[in-house]
Design a protein around this ligand. Structure first.
Ligand SMILES: Cc1cc2nc3c(=O)[nH]c(=O)nc-3n(C[C@H](O)[C@H](O)[C@H](O)COP(=O)(O)OP(=O)(O)OC[C@H]3O[C@@H](n4cnc5c(N)ncnc54)[C@H](O)[C@@H]3O)c2cc1C
Length: 433
């Protein structure tokens, strides 16, 4: 019977290597070059980081989300999950291991839907880790509901002219190209009337109006672009997938992206647990260590329980993706992981922050960044509420209504049926009394 929670020793050795490598070589990059992960390498950063990427390649851990035909290892999602939870400790780690969002999802859809020319122009440099990409879907007036998108492309001979605004296109300012979702046929349902285009960022008419910053970042100094597509002219060959296929393309991308975020979140939450445990064992107050106070023991137990449940759920979802090789069959589980993720990270980071007292809320510790990260996880790739709706719909598919006035499990009817079924024996019992 195959029901195994052990990692095979050969891969475990790679994970052990990755764990030490991330702690010793990669986490320092977070402090040496904070917030520069998505800026193409040059000068000192290239000299420092290229050799690290080489070591990852030598270990056969580069771009493990991809199959061997695309330069990856074809390890599958479960092995990726075990690696990603190590990478989740550091913002630079996914870059050094060639598996950073949003480029992973973007590479996935180009690999899946791209023409040979598109793969050569966009996919190869992405896989080599030599360029970045941006996914341009959300609009200022609509995010969770893509049927309200208005950015459009109108055919002009063998070209298309794109007009409209896109919002929160992450990393657009350093990306080489954008994948843009636009309306190409307003006369049919949005699900059939939208298409994806590959647009180089230096195309005339691509205007970044603002680089929106997240909390704590300088005004207009962030990485989430408000883009004006102002008469952007692209050839027919810029279509990614067929005309009207944007929703199918988007689903291919978002399924993987969401579960990869969940995998990395395990690593971030584990880091918070590690910090919390160290602190409560080290700090004394009111006659004993924090670790000896029941409130604090509750923090530790709740954090361990939440993280273990989440981790097992994510690993099981990754296993199902490998088993079915079809994101649609695992939609309920991916959406559930997306729903759980912000709460797990928020709760654990918050407790870890609390046990650090005043120090916890300073910019000398990473807890508020984690709490903020949890809020982001509840929005990026779709808000929690929308994913809950998906989960509920998928769960309800396995059930049907009853025509009866009383529920199927109504006890009086069950009791009567049971009495009828075992009447002979029940009578005997009564007779013996
Ligand atoms: C850090 C970050 C990075 C991002 N990166 C990208 C990117 O690279 N590319 C991109 O295109 N987008 C990106 N986004 C945008 C993200 O996909 C949207 O924020 C998200 O889809 C929600 O859209 P919205 O912000 O317009 O909120 P809205 O759609 O206005 O929703 C606001 C709130 O309304 C509620 N709500 C919405 N719909 C429902 C519903 N059906 N039922 C119940 N409640 C509902 C939820 O509480 C939701 O949070 C990013 C967002 C963040 C925070």
């Amino acid at each position: 019977m195959a029901w195994d929670f052990e990692t095979d020793p050969e891969y475990q050795a790679k994970l052990d290597w990755a764990d030490a490598f991330v702690r010793d070589e990669v986490e320092p990059l977070d402090h040496a070059w904070p917030h520069l992960q998505f800026v193409p390498l040059d000068g000192g950063r290239r000299n420092a980081i290229d050799p690290l990427k080489d070591q990852v390649r030598q270990q056969k851990l580069w771009a493990t989300h991809l199959g061997p035909d695309l330069g990856g290892q074809g390890y599958g999602q479960l092995q990726l999950a075990l690696l990603n939870e190590i990478l989740g400790r550091s913002s630079w780690a996914p870059i050094v291991f060639g598996c950073q969002a949003p480029d992973t999802g973007n590479a996935e859809i180009i690999a899946h839907y791209g023409t040979p020319e598109q793969k050569k122009q966009y996919l190869q440099p992405l896989l080599d880790g030599e360029c970045f990409s941006s996914y341009s879907m959300t609009e200022p007036q609509a995010g969770a509901d893509p049927t309200q998108f208005t950015t459009s492309a109108v055919r002009d001979g063998d070209h298309w002219i794109i007009n409209g605004y896109k919002y929160f296109s992450s990393n657009a300012k350093t990306a080489s190209f954008l994948i843009v979702m636009v309306v190409t046929n307003p006369d049919v349902s949005a699900y059939k009337g939208m298409s994806m285009f590959l647009v180089p960022t230096n195309t005339p008419g691509v205007i970044i109006e603002r680089n929106v910053g997240l909390f704590g970042e300088p005004m207009d100094g962030g990485t989430h672009a408000l883009i004006h597509y102002d008469n952007v002219r692209v050839p027919d060959s810029a279509l990614l997938g067929g005309e009207g296929q944007a929703f199918a393309v988007a689903q291919t991308r978002l399924g993987g992206g969401r579960i990869h975020h969940a995998m990395r979140t395990i690593g971030m939450a584990q880091k918070a647990v590690d910090m919390m445990c160290e602190r409560v064992l080290s700090r004394e107050t009111a006659g004993s260590r924090l670790a000896d106070k029941q409130f604090i023991q509750g923090f530790i137990a709740d954090s361990y329980a939440q993280l273990t449940q989440f981790r097992l759920f994510v690993l099981n979802t990754a296993w199902k993706i490998d088993k079915y090789n079809d994101y649609k069959k695992v939609r309920k589980d991916i959406a559930t992981a997306k729903v759980i993720m912000p709460t797990v990270l928020h709760d654990i980071a918050w407790r870890a922050m609390q046990v650090h007292g005043a120090l916890g809320v300073t910019n000398e510790m990473p807890f508020l960044t984690m709490v903020h990260g949890a809020a982001v996880m509840g929005l990026a790739d779709g808000p929690t509420e929308v994913h809950k709706v998906t989960v509920a719909k998928q769960v309800l598919r396995d059930y049907k209504a009853t025509d009866d006035l009383w529920p199927t499990e109504w006890i009086p009817r069950k009791e009567a049926a049971a009495r009828a079924k075992y009447a002979e024996y029940l009578e005997l019992e009564v007779g013996n009394l």
